[in-house]
Design a binder for this molecule. Structure first.
Ligand code: ZN
Length: 135
């Protein structure tokens, strides 16, 4: 999984470590909590957080995004937003979440997160909604 990091996003990089081989590398703040491929040992990992990004701007980590989608009262505000942007619906079974598109197919939540985080407009709208809760 190669991630292109634009130069203007350099300050958005968090330092993380591979739990398998302890190798340290940088990743954009919004990818924290997502699956990664370790650049050293190539294992599929969820990196351990070492140092936060200097300036996260309007980005949200995947971990935070999942909280917003699954926990009350956040999800009551966030799910309609996802519905308005993409026509997606959320289904809950206990603590597990499934996002479905208009055709009823399950959507990859990591991909949806990346899609939102690569749009500065969507990123900012979501950040401001989240800020209401986390401030
Ligand atoms: Zn590794």
């Amino acid at each position: 999984m190669n991630v292109h990091v634009p130069d203007n996003a350099r300050r958005d990089l968090a330092l993380v470590g591979c739990p398998q081989c302890m190798f340290r590398f940088e990743t954009p703040n919004y990818r924290l909590g997502m699956r990664h491929r370790c650049p050293e040992c190539e294992a599929a990992i969820k990196p351990k957080y070492v140092r936060r990004a200097q300036d996260c701007g309007y980005s949200l980590s995947f971990h935070t995004f999942l909280q917003l989608l699954t926990m009350r009262p956040y999800r009551d505000d966030i799910v309609p937003l996802i519905g308005a942007w993409f026509g997606y619906e959320a289904e809950y079974e206990g603590r597990s979440l499934t996002i479905r598109n208009a055709a009823g197919r399950a959507v990859d939540v990591e991909q949806m997160h990346e899609m939102i985080q690569t749009s500065s407009r969507w990123q900012e709208i979501l950040y401001r909604k989240a800020g209401k809760f986390f401030r």
